[in-house]
Design a protein around this ligand. Structure first.
Ligand code: MGD
Ligand code: MGD
Ligand code: SF4
Ligand code: MO
Length: 748
């Protein structure tokens, strides 16, 4: 609901009758504010504290929050502009139904009609094809309470096993690796440990653009003299200040980390006492990399052998050290192996459970951490429990007050759900907080699948590109329209406060799901009146699980600026640092090494597709862009996807910055302007993925999945490039030239 323009009288009331005369109350910012609400940013997993300024039930501005210890008043460009999305004219204000008629557009319908039709289709598909033929997809921009509710809703109201979430595209490689090695899925450290590290390895994480506030933690370590090592095919902004840059070829991380382990062992830069006391499987892990010599790794990764040795020396001989990784090593058909290779480096040198020591994943979406704990993954029940474990099922059935047999078994993962839709096995879908048409690999395939659905309902606040394929669109709530909790990158559960009510007929997400459950005849399991009720039930359900919130209350969370889980009972202080005293979460208390050998990515370059493509993000856009592509000030910073390429490749193609290039993979092709940069390997191009349609990087990417985590291989595809017609003036404020003394080998 856009606010009407100010009338002349409004202007006089606000600013006084003459330009040179102050209004009665004196000059101020011109904003009449009813209240200022302490909450957190709705975007990335760092969850910076922010204040929203509210007037007339609209968010009209923001102020930084200096009291929140994580960001202490700092915000990135997205956090600063986030408040602008709420009043956007595209905001969905009433339920919509696809009009099969003339132009195939949508028409407004009543809530009763929208919900009754949705329920009728869920019933019809269930009766004709069984309950698993109706799937649900969910998202981790949602609060903990909603994640919990969705897990329960899919299992008890829809009765389907096939519920999964968009963290499947994001956090699952890190989660699976961490769980199998350490018995728990959480970054082991509070971020206040980062400045205490003597060496910091940043692997496949564009910290400055994607976790901007984390940069300041790393610089605080540098100020103490810490060494920074960056492993990335691109010289990211942080890499420009690195002491050692490991400019590896996409898809070769396990060769790099395997070789570092090899060097640690060969030089006895390991902590044998720690290994003996607190771990199992070291000998097998060391044997697996016996042939991963730096010379061999130089061939595979393109990183000079002496740099690999230097990185190993810094890591192995420093008393403290942290390794931070993100999707650059996780978005692979061997994402879990890559993460386990990193964890091996931490365990081999005893870098766990002490200040300034740990191997941490940097979470992605706003609730990238909490959203993977409370049971909306296909194999999971609340408390990060296992849906196939009889004891876990019994515990949750007890909390839910249902028969154990009513909880379906393990379902299939997000990409597999889309494959099953394409195959015709799954006929109906309800999605909330997910835009798969932009975010899944191989867009053409995803579109075909969506078009095959017999019925599709979407809960969103904007008509996302995926929602265009829906039969029914239910207008849900924006972050600032509901309260609840999220769990940040540090494992700190924080409180989100509602600033405004949903506009028009839009409803809170939980209210929509509760209504659907009631209409499905399952209201008895969804007898709650607000999100606080949901939080309390969620905490009870999590009790005894690895992600234990049982001792938390909203009051405590607010008073203590968040609580780190596990927090198993009232009065428990929470657990900022995991694994102190070498205690891991497996039954024997020990951590597990995994033997990791390098293997090729699912697709490799050849004569037809000779260039590596990798994809990712830019600072001003967020994920599938549904939100940030609607904020003009962010669009201006980077209006459309550019194909970053090295001058050597550009010369070969006869291309200058701004010339359009056609990029083709085995899946399809897109044509985008080139951006010639010295900050990328000559054999690799990078395209950010935030745009839909003919600008969608995912038209090119591969559906290959990691066998364990089922994450798609977004970071490696093989492509060919040709100069196309057309040119734009590329404006990007980033400095992508390399200066004297700043010429990493990989970019020569
Ligand atoms: N501005 C912004 N911030 C965000 C988001 C956003 O969309 N925009 N999204 C949030 C979410 S959900 C996520 S998951 C995080 C993602 O945060 P990041 O993982 O940091 O971001 P990406 O751009 O996906 O990839 C990170 C880096 O991996 C490198 N890379 C590519 N291939 C490889 C490889 O094979 N090996 C290695 N070692 N590196 C490789 C890329 O060059 C890139 O610099 O960001 C969060 N923050
Ligand atoms: N090529 C390539 N593809 C990628 C990646 C990559 O690096 N390269 N990264 C992957 C990663 S890490 C991620 S996390 C995914 C993200 O992919 P998606 O999860 O599909 O992207 P989002 O933009 O978060 O989509 C969320 C949708 O939910 C809506 N939404 C947001 N908050 C709420 C809410 O509170 N309630 C409701 N009802 N709706 C809400 C938004 O409007 C949006 O339409 O993309 C993946 N895709
Ligand atoms: S760093 Fe993340 S949480 Fe902080 S303001 Fe930026 S997008 Fe928001
Ligand atoms: Mo993500």
């Amino acid at each position: 609901m856009a606010r009407p323009p100010l009338s002349e009288q409004d202007l006089i009331d606000r600013y006084g009758p003459h330009l040179n005369q102050a209004p009665p109350g004196g000059w101020d910012s011109g904003l009449k504010v009813d209240k200022v609400v302490d909450t957190h940013c709705c975007f990335c997993g760092q969850q910076c504290g922010i204040k929203l300024k509210v007037a007339d039930n609209q968010v009209i501005g923001f102020e930084p929050r200096y009291d929140f210890p994580f960001n202490r008043g700092m915000l990135c460009p997205k956090g600063v502009k986030r408040y602008l999305q709420g009043n956007h004219p595209d905001r969905l204000l009433e339920p919509l139904e696809r009009d099969q008629g003339v132009d195939g557009g949508f028409r407004s319908i009543s809530w009763d009609h929208a919900l009754d039709r949705t329920v009728a289709e869920i019933r019809r598909i269930g009766e004709q094809h069984g309950p698993d033929a109706f799937a649900m997809l969910s998202g981790v921009s949602l609060t903990n309470e909603k994640s919990y509710l969705i897990g329960k809703f899919a299992r008890l109201a829809l009765g389907t096993a096939n519920l999964d979430y968009n963290g499947r595209l994001c956090m699952v490689s890190a989660g699976a690796a961490s769980k199998r090695a350490l018995g728990v899925d959480r970054a082991p450290n509070p971020w206040s440990d980062i400045p205490l590290a003597d060496v910091i390895i940043v692997a496949g994480a564009n910290v400055a653009e994607c976790a901007p506030i984390t940069t300041s933690y790393i610089w605080r370590a540098r100020d103490r003299g810490a060494k920074v090592i960056v492993a990335d095919p691109r010289v990211t902004p942080l890499a420009r200040t690195a002491d050692v840059f490991l400019g590896l070829r996409p898809g070769t991380d396990s060769a790099l980390f395997g070789s570092i382990l090899h060097v640690l062992v060969a030089n006895d830069w390991i902590d044998q006492n720690y290994i003996d006391a607190h771990t199992t499987g070291f000998d097998e892990a060391a044997a697996a990399v016996a042939d991963h010599t730096p010379k061999w790794a130089q061939e595979v990764t393109g990183v000079p052998a002496d740099r690999i040795i230097e990185a190993a020396r810094l890591w192995g001989t420093s008393d403290t050290g942290m390794l931070l990784h993100a999707r650059g090593i996780e978005h692979h058909s061997k994402g879990v192996e890559n993460v386990n290779a990193c964890i091996n480096l931490g365990l081999a040198t005893g870098k766990y459970g002490r200040p300034g020591c740990g191997v941490c994943t940097i979470t992605g979406q706003g609730n990238g951490q909490g959203g993977r704990e409370h049971g909306h993954k296909c194999d999971q029940l609340p408390g990060n429990r296992d849906i196939t474990n009889p004891e876990h099922r019994a515990h949750v059935a007890d909390i839910w007050g249902c028969d154990v047999a009513e909880i379906p078994g393990k379902g299939i993962t997000a990409q597999e759900i889309v494959e099953a839709i394409h195959d015709g096995q799954i006929k109906g879908l309800l999605s909330i907080c997910f835009n798969p048409l932009v975010s899944l690999p191989d867009t053409t395939f995803t579109r075909e699948a969506l078009n095959k659905l017999e019925f599709y309902a979407v809960i969103d606040f904007f008509l996302s590109e995926t929602a265009h394929h829906a039969d029914v669109v239910l207008p849900g709530s924006l972050h600032e329209e509901d309260e609840g909790t999220v769990t940040t990158v540090e494992g700190r559960c924080v409180k989100i406060n509602a600033a405004v009510d949903p506009p028009g007929q839009a409803r809170r997400d939980w209210d929509i799901l509760r209504d659907l459950a009631r209409r499905l005849g399952r209201g008895q399991y969804f007898d709650f009146d607000n999100t606080q009720d949901l939080f309390d039930e969620m905490c009870r359900a999590s009790a005894g699980g690895s992600a234990d919130y049982a001792g938390m209350t909203w009051d405590r969370i607010v008073a203590e600026q968040g609580i780190f889980w596990p927090c198993p009972e009232p009065g428990h202080p929470g657990t900022p640092r995991l694994f102190e005293g070498g205690k891991f979460f497996h039954p024997d208390g020990k951590a597990k090494f995994f033997p990791i050998r390098y293997r090729d990515p699912a697709e490799v370059v050849d004569t037809d597709y000779p260039v590596w493509l990798t994809t990712g993000r830019v600072v001003s856009q967020f994920l599938s862009g549904t939100q940030t592509r609607r904020i003009a000030q962010l669009v201006e910073q980077y209006p459309e996807p550019l194909c970053e390429m090295h001058p050597l490749l550009a010369n070969q193609l006869g291309v200058a910055s701004g010339d359009r290039v056609t990029v083709t993979s085995r899946r399809g092709s897109i044509t985008v302007p080139a951006k010639v940069v010295e900050t990328i390997r000559p054999d690799t191009v990078f395209i950010p993925y935030h745009w839909p349609g003919d600008k969608a990087a995912n038209t090119l990417t591969n559906r290959a999945l990691d066998p364990i985590s089922k994450i798609p291989e977004y970071k490696v595809s093989a492509v060919r490039l040709e100069k196309a017609t057309g040119h734009i003036n590329v404006t990007d404020t980033r400095d992508t030239r390399l200066h004297d003394g700043e010429t990493p080998e990989a970019t020569r």
